[in-house]
Ligand binder design. Structure first.
Ligand SMILES: [Zn+2]
Length: 181
């Protein structure tokens, strides 16, 4: 049947989009940013937003990959309501980004590795399925999780080594061991 999408196709597409998000996360790492990448996809399967974490570049603590991608997606859709949009992000969203996803009425989020310390999609808390909020976001977790995690771990390992050689004042808040459990 034309246009029929099986569960298997759906999963394969998730992995393909997550690989694109991973390449964006790699760009973040190369720019000295915490390596998180995101892409937003419309119902026709077209990518409508591509972003990576730019907190250092923009000197803006809200410039997470997801926030930038949500803004780009709203511009592409021409509406703040993103009910027909899927956002792929390499790491479980933080409370700020999860809150933004609820406010944008995001249809679905797919993330890579979990963040049991600060994740707001079921890791440390779950803002995406919170009875008091007006919208619930469908969540798929663990897509390309090992690769997403490895990128973060290698980034923080490099930062710790650099800090050991030349102490940096803001290194203390970085996670010692970024792990999935
Ligand atoms: Zn965030």
């Amino acid at each position: 049947m034309a246009g029929y999408v099986t569960g298997m196709d759906f999963a394969r597409d998730d992995e393909t989009y997550m690989r694109t998000a991973l390449r964006l996360a790699q760009s973040a790492a190369e720019a000295g940013e915490v390596p998180v990448g995101a892409v937003a996809v419309g119902t026709d399967g077209r990518i409508i937003a591509r972003a990576w974490n730019q907190v250092e570049l923009l000197k803006d603590g809200t410039a997470h990959a997801e926030m930038i991608a949500l803004t780009q997606a709203a511009a592409a859709v021409g509406d703040w309501r993103l009910t027909a949009v899927t956002l792929y992000v390499t790491k479980e969203p933080c409370p700020m980004c999860a809150g933004a996803m609820v406010n944008c009425r995001l249809g679905r989020v797919v993330f890579g590795c979990a963040d049991p310390r600060g994740g707001a999609a079921g890791g440390a808390m779950n803002l995406l399925d919170c009875p008091g909020l007006l919208h619930r976001v469908n969540v798929t977790r663990g897509v390309c999780a090992d690769d997403c995690l490895a990128l973060l771990q290698s980034f923080f390992r490099g930062r710790r080594q650099a800090a050991a050689n030349r102490p940096l004042p803001d290194v203390h808040g970085w996670p010692e061991n970024w792990s999935m459990n």
